[in-house]
Design a protein around this ligand. Sequence first.
Ligand code: GGG
Length: 352
Amino acid sequence: MNRFEIAVIPGDGIGNEVVPAAIRVLDAAAEIHGGLSFAWTHFPWNCEYYLKHGEMMPQDGIATLRNFDQIFLGAVGMPNLVPDHVSLWGLLIKIRREMNQSINVRPAKLLRGLQSPLRDPKQFDLIVVRENSEGEYSEIGGRIHSGSDDEMAIQNAVFTRKSTERAMRYAFELAKQRRGHVTSATKSNGISHSMPFWDEVFRQVQQDYPDIQTASTHIDALAAFFVMKPHIFDVIVASNLFGDILTDLGGAIMGSIGIAPAANLNIERKFPSMFEPVHGSAPDIAGRGIANPAGQIWTGKMMLDFLGYQELGNLLLDALEDTLEAGIKTGDIGGRANTGEVTNAVIENLKK
Ligand code: GGG
């Protein structure tokens, strides 16, 4: 029996509804497997914690998390309580960086039973590999002349060869196991230093993968292609910000951002990786029991895959698709079921 210690951070808003739902599904999957179990340890780190303690997590929080096999996170952010950049940098981005979770993997595909808002949806199945440690998400910059006509804010983007190359190599390796195509998201016509550098590294890495087809597409055109013909994409490698934006769009073209999963990977497996859906805390619907648990459940499948249980992960995704196909869906995707009903149906389908 393999027992995994999982740190659970439900976080804010609907994180507190979709995380328990996904844990029920993962426990059911483990029981069906028979050779696997999870020990879940909950940490109440969120915006309310910040209001009480002045920080999103305790000083020894990172050291504590390092004792776990993986981290399962819901959502972060309550902008009416704490400014979003404070909550994100104090918890989500802090964990990504301190755990060296340098790669963010975000799939998007049309699941059975879902209605895409696209005009002529063809089956698409793509993965965005998002550089997760630097880029436009940087702490470098500042503000001067506050409150005057000369007020100015400067934000420096950081692109190192090491992290850029690491994300690209990950994308190429992934493409080798899939349909053999990598698209690089660039903007080197407008961004004159970092993006030409990005293109240069892409061309260099490409040399090592002669069997992989490639394209380099400006992010604005790429966003339009996501909406018009997402089926042309296999693996896309993108900087931190471009990847973040593209993957919300990936959720939207699947039918709802509430479906989209994500994995923040420590590819060296020295520290825990962190599994969290793409969506945020959705304060507008929090506490009503109507949040879509699909994104968190699919995120659980990604954790199973990373732990080496791909077959079980595929069963879990099948059970989710069976549920959607039977019309048991939350309101964001045109159904009338609540979080609990969708979760119960996924578990029932898993047991079939
Ligand atoms: N599911 C985690 C969450 O709350 N995400 C919201 C968000 O804004 N994330 C930004 C990011 O992924 O960098």
